[in-house]
Design a protein around this ligand. Sequence first.
Ligand code: THU
Length: 160
Amino acid sequence: MKNIEIKTKVHSCQLEEMSAEDRELIQIAKDQTKNSYCPYSKFHVGAAAKLENGIIIKGANQENAAYPSGLCAERSALFAAGANYPEVPVSTLVIACYTAGRFTEEPGAPCGACRQVMIETEHRYGKPMKVVLYGEKEIFVFDRASDLMPVGFFSESLTH
Ligand code: THU
C-alpha cells in the first residue's frame, strides 16, 4: 500500500486585506442572504458569481416543503450564470451565511454537491474560479474551485 497525502491551499483573510472588487462581491453575497427562502432550516445563504465579462449573477438558497427539491445558493447562482451566459467563464464565486440573527463566524462551507458543480464550472471553461467563503472571523479564499475538491469527478472520469 502506498499512502498519498493530498495538500490543498486556502488563504485566510480579513476583509481589509481583500481587493475592492472582492469586497463588493462579498457585500452582494451578504445582501443576497435576504433573498434566501429558508422557512425550514432558517439558514440563509447568499451567493454572488462574477463572470469574466464583469457581470454579477446573484443566488440564494431556495427551500421546498419537499426538502430535496430545494437548491443551495451557490448552485442557484452558477446555474443561472450557465443558463444566461453559457460562453462566459465564472471568475469568482462568493458565499455568505446568516443564521440566528448574524452572519456566521466561520467561513461558510459549501456542501459536496455544490463543490461538484463548482469544479465542473471551472473545468468547463478551463479557467480557475476563485472561491471566497465569507465568515465574520475570517474569510477563506481558494484560488481555484478544485482546491475545495481534490480527486474530483469530471467528464473524463466517465470514459477512463
Ligand atoms: N445551503 C446552501 O445554500 N449552500 C451550502 O453550501 C450549504 C447549505 C443551504 C441549503 C439549505 O437551504 C440550508 O442551507 C441548510 O442546509
